[in-house]
Design a protein around this ligand. Structure first.
Ligand code: NAD
Length: 293
């Protein structure tokens, strides 16, 4: 079988899976490929699938499957899997890093030192201790983030229509109930019709004044223009995001906004996670080869 590695994976992956067939990264061979390995860059649309008549299996290294037309794939008998369990710790650690960077002025402190300034008096910090973290979507990543925040002495609340109770968070009945009490809000939901544009001009009014938002979920869960307006007015004290309307964003108002902390979608890109993703791909290919998927 021909296995096309279409996006960036651990460099050791081709060797790890060579036992299952021929491995290529030549995208000109999409029509021949039986298995395609993707991350978030490749978009497996209807047109893509129509151009891949031999395709039987798509494995998405990572969680979100919004870059795969799963409904159309199913009509063509193409199986689609992700490696959901691998990425939780990597993404939760980035959410924690962003949540620590903002109130500790890590970026302004570093930048002003590089400029030869000494802003000891200007750069005030606040602590995470005893602050409230609201998690929107308390699945794998939300849970790992909540666990870590708990260790910092934070109070954790959450909204998730599919989770009734949780070991690390007090569940709330609505998004509004979370927003009105949270000093920090972490977005950890998939992109769906319900979550698209969930944080917007109207819902941001429910936030506490001076709240911080962290987005490691999906860029389109917020309306960027409305976030920028809230940052400009001081309603929000900070917005840290790893996720965008597109990768990379064509243009984003966040680039000029005060207190926006921007990352180039590297939540899942730890060395350890890429190795775990490779292990899961090897396992899935082993099952596929034995007709057990
Ligand atoms: P998960 O499925 O374990 O958790 C998602 C949670 O969101 C679930 O508990 C689900 O019930 C909840 N949810 C669904 N609809 C909701 C709604 N309307 N309101 C509130 N909660 C809702 O997935 P996960 O592994 O925790 O990943 C979460 C998301 O993180 C992924 O869907 C993906 O978009 C994103 N992600 C980003 C990166 C990155 O690099 N930044 C990496 C991996 C995943």
């Amino acid at each position: 079988m021909l296995i096309l590695i279409s996006d960036a994976f651990d460099p050791g992956l081709p060797e790890k899976i060579a036992k299952f067939g021929e491995i290529t990264d030549d995208k000109g061979r999409i029509p021949e490929a039986e298995v395609i390995l993707i991350r978030s860059k490749t978009k497996v649309t209807k047109e893509y699938i129509d151009g891949a008549p031999n395709l039987k299996l798509v494995i998405r290294g990572g969680v979100g499957l919004d870059n795969v037309d799963q409904v159309y794939a199913k009509t063509k008998g193409i199986k689609v899997f992700n490696t959901a369990a691998a990425s939780s710790i990597a993404v939760a650690e980035l959410a924690m890093a962003m949540m620590m960077a903002m109130p500790n002025n890590i970026i302004p402190g570093h930048n002003t030192m590089k400029e030869g300034k000494w802003e000891k008096k200007q750069l005030k910090r606040t602590e995470l201790y005893k602050k409230t973290l609201g998690v929107l979507g308390i699945g794998r990543i939300g849970t790992e983030t909540a666990k870590r925040a708990k260790a910092f002495g934070m109070n954790i609340i959450a909204y998730d229509p599919f989770v009734k109770s949780h070991d690390f968070a007090e569940m709330k009945a609505s998004i509004k109930d979370v927003l009105k009490e949270s000093d920090y809000v972490s977005l950890n939901m998939p992109l769906t019709d319900d979550t698209k544009g969930m944080l917007n001009k109207e819902t941001l009014k429910d936030c506490k004044d001076g709240a911080y938002i962290l987005n490691t979920g999906r860029g389109k869960c917020v309306i960027e223009e409305d976030i920028v307006e809230a940052l400009d007015s001081g309603k929000l004290k900070g917005y840290a995001t790893d996720v965008w309307y597109s990768d990379p964003p064509e243009s984003t108002p966040l680039a000029k906004a005060p207190n926006a902390l921007m990352m180039p979608h590297i939540g899942a890109s730890t060395k350890e996670n890429l190795l775990r993703i490779g292990d899961i791909i090897e396992e899935l290919l082993g099952k596929y080869a034995k007709n057990e998927l």
